[in-house]
Ligand binder design. Structure first.
Ligand SMILES: [Zn+2]
Length: 348
């Protein structure tokens, strides 16, 4: 059943998850609508590259989830984050042979888009999405493209983000009489949606190539890797990071005060030491060496996240743009968000 659609899910997931310039760790998600009520969507905590036709995703009734968000009455005194999260989970449809997993926290907005959805956290679009005047830059770069796009100012992920996307999609449809296929989310990432998997993969690549061309990024993204040391710790094997941190004036407050997007907090928050040795991620600013004290999976996720963060920060600086960070109320929301605690716990 649904063989073609599940092959499409595997194909878009492998394309979106193929390298750490597109997604870092378990970030990003994909979905394919199987018929007019069911949708296969990435499971929370899984990596995009782990998705196959038989693993790494959950089937939900997206029609119910879309209806819930379309009809929700916002005048009630309700914890909508909690209610909508429970609603999504109660609409998981068990499938024979599929593990019982939890759907991605972003399943809500997948429900209101076209048949195929790719959502990534690419370092290229995040140069734009994490700077002041990001919206103006997007207009400058994408105004004349034949595909429609929308810009979503930062909003808490989950319920509120789904409502914001629905509203902007509907505004775009009334103005331009077409469904916007590209969504830029401030301090977060990129969404591309299309009726076919091939169009979705092609458009995702075309958007990122357009941005690379604009910023004149021609070289390959640095190779990101960690290597095991004898005592069960890991060391960064990413020359870009070593060169960046070597002899740099730096303190932990740099990371704490420069929060670009939620995944940076989920994967790095509170885990970095500068010139110490007891944290999960320890940077030596004399040598540029980075030592991880955790398991390999978490070390690599942290390395990918750190690399993405430094790459975005450096490219914003090189292009004379100004960083836009998340506010403290926005970061507090993420710290207290149950869904993110769950995702983080899957690294253990
Ligand atoms: Zn995301």
């Amino acid at each position: 059943m649904y063989t073609e659609q599940l092959k499409d899910l595997e194909r878009i997931s492998q394309a979106a998850g193929r390298s750490p310039d597109l997604v870092q760790g378990g970030g990003g998600n994909t979905s394919v609508k199987l018929d007019d009520s069911l949708m296969a969507v990435k499971a929370s905590g899984y990596k995009l590259s782990d998705i196959t036709t038989t693993d790494g995703y959950v089937v939900v009734n997206y029609k119910n989830i879309r209806d819930y968000h379309e009809r929700v009455d916002l005048s009630k005194d309700t914890d909508y984050e909690k209610e909508s999260g429970e609603f999504v989970r109660s609409n998981v449809v068990p499938m024979e042979g599929l593990k019982p997993l939890r759907p991605s926290v972003e399943a809500g907005f997948h429900s209101v888009l076209l048949k195929n959805v790719i959502h990534t956290h690419p370092v290229y679009s995040n140069i734009i999405c994490c700077c002041e005047n990001g919206r103006e830059l997007v207009d400058e770069i994408f105004r004349d493209k034949e595909y429609g796009y929308i810009w979503i100012p930062y909003i808490n992920p989950g319920f509120m983000l789904t409502l914001a996307i629905m509203k902007e999609v509907s505004n775009h449809i009334s103005e331009k009489v077409s469904f916007p296929k590209v969504i830029f989310m401030e301090n977060h990432g990129l969404v591309v949606t299309a009726d076919t998997a091939s169009e979705c993969i092609g458009l995702h690549e075309e958007v990122l190539q357009t941005i690379r061309d604009y910023f004149n990024i021609t070289g390959p993204y640095p190779e990101v890797a960690v290597e095991p040391l004898q005592d069960g710790t890991f060391r960064s094997k990413t020359p870009y990071l070593k060169e960046y941190f070597k002899e740099r004036e730096l303190s932990v407050s740099f990371f704490e005060n420069t929060v670009l997007y939620p995944d940076q907090m989920v994967y790095l928050g509170g885990n970095i030491s500068v010139n110490g040795s007891d944290n999960k991620l320890n940077i030596n600013t004399e040598t540029g060496e980075i030592i991880y004290r955790t398991n390999e999976k978490e070390a690599l996720t942290m390395e990918e996240t750190l690399m993405g963060f430094i790459y975005v920060v450096e490219n914003i600086r090189k292009n004379n743009l100004k960083i836009k960070t998340m506010s403290s109320s926005e970061t507090d929301f993420i710290k207290n968000w149950e869904s993110e605690k769950y995702r983080k716990s899957l690294l253990k």
